[in-house]
Design a protein around this ligand. Structure first.
Ligand SMILES: [Zn+2]
Length: 132
């Protein structure tokens, strides 16, 4: 998956600003390239769980469709956990898209991408592309 620096930065700013609570959102785009970051409220308001606010999630899905884009990824943060999918993340995965996990554990925020299929998580390369 290809991500522009400005989208990478927008995701990082979003998850950073909600720490120590988990934050979540969607990435939309085309041809495996992100074109839009759509933050969604974490209804769980928890440091260890996220549950997308259903109305905001639906509004984001409508926006993606209206703009002729595809849902490419769901991102969320582990403010004090690792940048890997948890057992709960695997259980809760309900869309066949990439899961991006942001970790703030080591002070500097880092993220990795995974595809979750049949209870298994496989890492997906997140490539930051140059230019705007
Ligand atoms: Zn998680």
């Amino acid at each position: 998956m290809h991500i522009h620096p400005r989208h990478w930065g927008a995701m990082r700013t979003h998850v950073e600003s909600h720490a120590p609570l988990e934050a979540c959102g969607l990435l939309a785009g085309k041809n495996n390239t992100v074109e839009k970051v759509l933050p969604v409220r974490n209804q769980a308001q928890s440091p260890t769980r996220f549950l997308m606010d259903p109305a905001e999630q639906l509004a984001a899905f409508d926006w993606i469709e209206a703009n002729d884009l595809e849902l490419l990824a769901i991102y969320h943060s582990h403010p004090n956990g690792p940048e890997t999918v948890s057992a709960t993340d695997i259980e809760d995965a309900s869309y066949p898209v990439v899961s991006i996990i942001w970790s703030g554990k080591n002070g500097a925020w880092q993220a990795r991408g995974f595809r979750i299929e049949d209870g298994q998580a496989t890492e997906v390369e997140l490539r930051i592309i140059s230019g705007e």
